[in-house]
Every structure is written in C-alpha cells, then in structure tokens.
Design a protein around this ligand. Structure first.
Ligand code: AMP
Length: 112
C-alpha cells in the first residue's frame, strides 16, 4: 500500500467506491467520472505504479477477468475497449496501475 495513493485508499475502504468485482488480487470499481455508460476500473490490490513496474503474471490475471466483468456489466456482446494509460504522456493521472474497461456506446477512435 502507498500512503498517499487514492486507489490504495479505495482498496482499503477508506474512500467509498461502487465495487463491481473483488477477489484476493484485485477489485473492479465504477469510475467516478465515467467516459461512457459503462466505465469500470480494474485495480490490483498490491500497489504498483503502472504496467512497466507490474508483475506480468498480475497483469495477465487482471486481463483474464475482463471478459467476465464485461459480461457482468452488460457490454460483452456489443463490444468494449480496454485502456491502460501509462505515465504522463500516456495520460495516467493516478499512479497505481489500472485497466479502464469502457463500453455501452460506440466509441470514437483515435483517442487523441
Ligand atoms: P487515468 O487518467 O488513466 O490515471 O485514470 C484515472 C481514473 O480514475 C479516471 O478515469 C478518474 O475518473 C478515476 N478516479 C479518480 N478518483 C476516483 C475515485 N475516487 N473513484 C473512482 N474513480 C476515480
């Protein structure tokens, strides 16, 4: 856990969140500022800054849950997008690895 990390505080329950899924390694919560009708964040319980610092097995584990969470939130059939913003140029504002799962509408591309 990192002292001043907002996602660590959410994981510890110090900041409230709408949890979509939880297990021993990760949680999935609704994004507080959704970019689409469904916008879920998958967070590892163990603090790690981003995909360049994360254990590859942990990333693979989180990705293995995407299909199930997409089904649970009703976006699996029509399609969705997963995004891992990384570093300042990548638009990462919270320095705790997270996977955005976004769907529920036709999404634009490119994102910039
Ligand atoms: P990123 O810009 O990729 O680092 O994404 C950080 C995401 O965290 C943004 O989509 C924010 O809306 C979201 N966020 C920030 N604070 C909270 C919070 N307390 N609960 C849920 N989502 C949050």
């Amino acid at each position: 856990m990192a002292e001043d990390c907002i996602f660590c505080k959410i994981i510890k329950g110090e900041i409230p969140s709408a949890r979509v899924y939880e297990d021993d390694k990760m949680i999935a919560i609704n994004d507080v500022a959704p970019a689409a009708p469904v916008h879920v964040l998958l967070l590892p319980k163990e603090h790690t800054r981003d995909i360049t610092t994360a254990d590859a097995e942990l990333v693979a584990y989180m990705l293995s849950k995407v299909k199930m969470i997409a089904e649970k939130t009703g976006i699996a059939e029509k399609g969705f997008r997963i995004v891992i913003n990384t570093g300042d140029d990548g638009g990462q504002t919270v320095k705790h690895l997270h996977i955005h799962l976004i769907g529920g509408k036709v999404l634009g591309w490119p994102p910039c």
